[in-house]
Design a protein around this ligand. Structure first.
Ligand code: N01
Length: 538
């Protein structure tokens, strides 16, 4: 099949790109491995899966959708978000352009025709001028490599590939391995049904209370009436949330009691309000970070009745936010249940899975069900699974053997008209807000090419080098590098053998948008264009 554009993935990014391509009058197809829309929200159906961005900012700024869609919860669950994506796709009539069950295996650029040839696992092939990846940062599960994996005779699940059918934990002995955002959301739900739940924890997390609740009509009305302000705040916020800055730093507050009062307000506000509405130097000033970390540890001690368990759950030795901090609901409270126990595997790795369970620290544990909540081969995992070759057959994998190198997280040198929607080194922030801006930018880029009769564009090696350095420099100005010791996926440090490279631009959403605008306003400075008079502007 020949089209103007192929988009890989039909989650938030893929659907938003399809809508834009339709507006541009280009033919497009999205290739999606799943059997429905949603991306992350299709695969991650584990009990308790929900956003930790507030619903009214975890969406697109289409006025007609904003007024028609009614969010049910402050932090919508997996099913609600997936329904939202379907609603948007149907309103814009782009679902018909999605081919489901199509896992892309290769994408090769043809120098002679200046087109991409895309193939999928079932042998289907597509050619296109514009090749977009919309793969998600967290879409390739981290395969647990525990010895004896195949020997366990009970049920095995992975949070990131949860079955569509309901999993019944009633009366079962369940193990959860992993205490990242996924484990933290699943654990309280599983604990309610299981006969006994054992949580295996390698690194304790700093878990903020989500303070989730249903929304009422008055609140929905207020939000619907104030979307322009919501988006204006989000676009100017470091993390793309409709929040203001805290407006204070550690030194602005005289004493610890006042600091704790401010932290308490953030705690009660819930989720990322604790990060962004307490102190603006939380990830810049060690004292500010230490104060937040100690506040959270005190909350854990106040909540968890057993002091030894509270201590095991208390993160130490790495700065708050240097690992992505999750939001939870009844997470710490769950460890007060009689049917829940916590096993520290920080010093004793899981030795092996056995026929009846697993062994760690020389002790055997027996289970009916094991749930892996072990995370993702983040950011580069999905793109590295596709055999991508650019000009002269150069392999992207080879080019990125030391880690990804992009310009703006969008393009890589030598790969003409390959556009990553939120690829490696794009901004780390509330993702729909970033997607929206990147798609608008891509639309501008395509218009620019059409106006000038250009056939293709790709970043210069100098622009890529400069961006990669900038991304690393910004990261280095924060306290975040210390997360490497705690296996942070920001750096790929959670995946054994993966080269360490800063995987995000941490200069904030607004900073990233300025960088994008600067490039576009300067006629896409940093990109090389190739003229092809034979291909007329459409
Ligand atoms: O994955 P993770 P996740 N032996 O990598 C442990 C987003 N998300 O799926 O910390 C033992 O955070 C690992 O231990 P350690 C969000 O951005 C968002 O939970 O590496 N344990 C860790 O405890 C999030 O950050 C939402 O020492 C092993 C856990 O498994 C990202 O996805 C919800 C191990 C993995 O945690 C990833 O979250 C869910 C081993 N060999 C996810 N290997 C929301 O928006 C790994 N672990 C709410």
């Amino acid at each position: 099949m020949d089209t103007d554009a192929v988009v890989v993935g039909a989650g938030f990014a893929g659907i938003r790109m399809l809508i834009e391509l339709q507006k541009l009058g280009l033919t497009a197809v999205a290739l999606e491995a799943g059997s429905d829309l949603g991306g992350t929200w299709y695969w991650n159906r584990y009990p308790g899966a929900r956003t930790d961005s507030e619903s009214w900012s975890y969406c697109f700024p289409f006025p007609e959708i904003e007024q028609a869609w009614n969010w049910v919860e402050r932090y919508p669950g997996q099913e609600e978000v997936q329904r939202y994506i379907g609603f948007v796709a149907d309103r814009f009539d782009v679902r018909r352009n999605v081919r489901f069950g199509q896992r892309v295996t290769s994408a090769h650029y043809d120098d002679a025709s200046a087109r991409w040839a895309i193939t999928t696992e079932d042998g289907s092939s597509f050619t296109c001028t514009y090749f977009f990846t919309a793969l998600g940062h967290l879409s390739v599960p981290q395969e647990p490599t525990f010895p004896g994996r195949g020997s366990f005779r009970g049920e095995v699940y992975q949070t990131s590939q949860w079955p569509k059918e309901k999993v019944d934990f009633t009366g079962k002995r369940v193990a959860v391995i992993g205490t990242g955002a996924s484990g933290i959301q699943a654990i309280p739900h599983i604990a309610q049904a299981a006969e006994h739940l054992t949580v295996f924890q390698r690194t304790p997390n700093y878990v903020m209370p989500a303070q989730n609740h249903d929304l009422d009509d008055d609140f929905r009305r207020t939000i619907k009436d104030s979307y322009p302000e919501v988006w204006s705040m989000a676009r100017n916020h470091v993390f793309g949330f409709p929040m203001g800055p805290a407006g204070r730093t550690y030194d602005d507050v005289a004493d610890d009691a006042e600091r704790d009062r401010i932290f308490e307000e953030g705690w009660q506000a819930g989720g990322f309000h604790f990060v962004f509405e307490t102190f603006d130097d939380l990830i810049l000033d060690q004292r500010s970070n230490d104060a937040a970390a100690e506040f959270i540890r005190k909350k854990i001690r106040d909540t968890v009745h057993d002091p030894a368990t509270a201590e095991l759950l208390s993160p130490r030795g790495y700065p708050y936010v240097s690992k992505r901090p999750p939001s939870g609901t009844n997470y710490y409270e769950t460890f007060n249940r009689d049917n829940v126990s916590l096993v520290d595997i920080s010093q004793n790795a899981i030795e092996t899975l056995t026929e009846t369970g697993l062994r760690t620290g020389g002790q055997d544990y027996e289970f009916d069900v094991i749930v892996f909540a072990t995370g993702f081969d983040a950011v580069t995992g999905a793109i590295s699974k596709i055999d991508i070759r650019g000009e002269h057959g150069v392999e992207l994998k080879e080019q990125w053997s030391g880690g990804p190198e992009t310009f703006l997280g969008i393009g890589s040198a030598g790969f003409p008209n390959m556009f990553m929607i939120c690829g490696p080194q794009s901004a780390y922030a509330n993702i729909p807000v970033i997607i929206e801006k990147v798609v608008e930018w891509l639309s501008r880029a395509i218009e620019h090419m059409r106006e000038h009769g250009y056939q293709s564009m790709q970043p210069t090696p100098q622009a890529v080098e400069g961006w990669t350095k900038l991304v690393a420099d910004i990261f280095g100005m924060t306290l975040l590098p210390a997360g490497e010791s705690a296996h942070s996926w920001y750096l790929g440090a959670n995946t054994p053998g993966k080269p360490r490279r800063v995987l995000f631009y941490f200069g904030g959403a607004a900073g990233y948008f300025q960088e994008l605008d600067k490039v576009a306003d300067a006629d896409f400075e940093g990109f090389d264009f190739s003229q092809a008079p034979a291909v007329a502007a459409r």
